[in-house]
Design a protein around this ligand. Structure first.
Ligand code: SF4
Ligand code: SF4
Length: 98
């Protein structure tokens, strides 16, 4: 299975803010979605190696405001509900404020 790492978020003068999902590890179990207090995650279907694969993603509404959406989860400590929920270690937060 080809590995696709999806980054949802942005980098600007205030720092870097991304939710990163490794689609090779994600099995689409949706546990991160159930645990996200902001309903920021959803399942999407990606075409990987010519096959449809259902994986987690940040929903369109939250992609450009991830810094605000995720800030209460304390992503700088890497103990967010989505990360803790994921037994595959497929989701993580990159949180580097300047
Ligand atoms: S909990 Fe992990 S494996 Fe399950 S859908 Fe979320 S990112 Fe994918
Ligand atoms: S860090 Fe919090 S708000 Fe952001 S996607 Fe994960 S659980 Fe949801």
């Amino acid at each position: 299975m080809k590995q696709i790492i999806t980054h949802y978020g942005y980098s600007d003068a205030s720092g870097e803010y991304y939710v990163v999902i490794d689609t090779a590890k994600c099995d689409g179990c949706a546990e991160c979605i159930r645990q996200c207090p902001k309903a920021a995650l959803e399942l999407v279907t990606l075409l990987v190696d010519l096959e449809d694969k259902v994986v987690a993603a940040v929903s369109e509404d939250h992609r450009k405001k991830i810094k605000y959406t995720c800030s209460l989860c304390k992503p700088e400590k890497n103990q967010t509900p989505c990360m803790t929920a994921c037994s595959q270690k497929a989701i993580r937060c990159v949180w580097n404020p300047i």
